[in-house]
Ligand binder design. Structure first.
Ligand code: CP
Length: 311
C-alpha cells in the first residue's frame, strides 16, 4: 500500500481487520519495521484520539514521530498561479516537498470548509499533499472521509459481534454545531464492504452524498430502523444538500437507552452528552466507544505497517 486516503486503498478489508486484531496481542512485534523511519503528523484541526493513537501506533512500530499544528507554521497557499501578496506566506508545492525530506510517511488532518461544497468534495488539501509530497500520505480525516476511524469501527464490530451478519444502523443525532460528513461517509463505505445488515436513518432532508450511500437502505423512521439492531452508530452531520447548514434541531433524534434496546452503542468521539446521546447509554455496558478509541491505535498501526512494508 502506498497512500491511505480512503478505505479502498486497503488491499483487503477482511485481511486488514484480522491483521489489526492480531497486532493487539503483540503490539511491539514489528518494532524493527519502523526503525530509523519518521512519521510527520500535520494537523490543520484539533484532535485528541487521532493524534495520540497514531503517534502510539507509530512508536509501537519503532518509528520516530514529529507533530506540527499548522497554526504554528506559515499559512499555506493551495491555489496555483496566484500572486501571493496577502496573508499566505508559503505554497503547498514547496511545503509538501520540504516536509517530505524530514519524514518517511506524512499524515494530514484537514477538515472541510462546509461553505464551498465543490471545493470540499475535490479534497483539495489532502490531494495537494498527495500531488506534491514525495512520501506516502495518510488521511487522518479529510473533507469527505475518516478512513482510520472506519477501520477502527470495523475492528470493533468484528470483535464484538455475536452473529455472522449483525444488524448495524447508522443513526443521525442533533448537534448545536454544523459538523462534517467524513465519519458518516467512511463508516457507510466500510459497512458496504463487510458482512453486515446495514441501514441508515436520519431526518428528511439530511440525505448524504448519493455517490457514497449508493444502494444502502435509508429510512426517515428512526424507531423502525432501530428494531433488532445489534450495533447502533450515532453521528451528527450537517445538511449535505443545503450544504453545511443545520436544518433540523429535533432533540427526539438523540439516542436513549430505551431506543437502543439491546444494541451496542458506537460513536467516534468526541460526543456531547445529553445532546447526541443520553448519559444512561454512555455510562452503560452497551457503550463500546472506549473500545472503538482503543482500536484507533491498531487501525493506524495496520495502515503504517502496510505502508512501511511497501518500502
Ligand atoms: N474520532 C476522532 O477522530 O477523534 P479526534 O477528533 O479527537 O482525533
Amino acid at each position: 500500500m502506498n497512500h491511505y486516503i480512503t478505505i479502498n486503498d486497503l488491499p483487503s478489508i477482511s485481511s486488514a481487520v484480522a491483521e489489526a486484531i492480531a497486532l493487539k496481542s503483540d503490539a511491539y512485534k514489528h518494532r524493527s519495521l519502523g526503525a530509523q523511519k519518521t512519521l510527520v503528523m500535520l494537523f490543520f484541526n484539533a484532535s485528541l484520539r487521532t493524534r495520540l493513537s497514531t503517534e502510539k501506533a507509530a512508536k509501537q512500530l519503532g518509528m520516530d514521530v514529529i507533530v506540527l499544528n499548522v497554526t504554528d507554521a506559515w499559512q499555506l497557499e493551495f491555489e496555483s498561479g496566484v500572486v501571493m501578496q496577502l496573508d499566505k506566506s508559503e505554497h503547498v508545492k514547496e511545503a509538501a516537498q520540504v516536509i517530505s525530506q524530514y519524514c518517511d510517511i506524512l499524515a494530514v488532518r484537514a477538515f472541510p470548509s462546509l461553505t464551498d461544497k465543490d471545493k470540499d468534495l475535490s479534497e483539495w488539501i489532502i490531494k495537494s499533499f498527495v500531488n506534491y509530497a514525495t512520501v506516502p500520505i495518510v488521511n487522518m480525516e479529510s473533507a469527505t472521509g475518516h478512513p482510520l476511524q472506519a477501520l477502527a469501527d470495523a475492528i470493533t464490530i468484528e470483535e464484538l459481534k455475536t452473529k455472522k451478519t449483525p444488524k448495524v444502523v447508522l443513526s443521525w443525532a442533533p448537534h448545536p454545531k454544523a459538523l462534517p460528513h467524513a465519519v458518516a461517509n467512511s463508516f457507510i463505505e466500510m459497512m458496504q464492504s463487510i458482512e453486515v445488515d446495514f441501514s441508515i436513518t436520519h431526518p428528511e432532508g439530511y440525505d448524504l452524498n448519493p455517490e457514497i450511500v449508493k444502494n444502502s437502505k435509508v429510512t426517515y423512521n428512526q424507531e423502525e430502523a432501530l428494531k433488532e439492531a445489534d450495533f447502533v452508530y450515532v453521528k451528527n452531520w450537517s445538511n449535505y444538500k443545503e450544504y453545511g447548514t443545520i436544518t433540523c434541531e429535533d432533540s427526539s433524534w438523540m439516542m436513549t437507552k430505551e431506543k437502543l434496546g439491546t444494541a451496542k452503542f458506537m460513536h467516534c468521539l468526541p460526543v456531547r452528552r445529553n445532546v447526541v446521546v443520553e448519559d444512561a447509554v454512555l455510562d452503560s455496558d452497551q457503550s463500546v466507544v472506549i473500545a472503538q478509541s482503543n482500536n484507533r491505535t491498531f487501525a493506524a498501526q495496520l495502515v503504517l505497517k502496510k505502508i512501511l512494508e511497501n518500502g
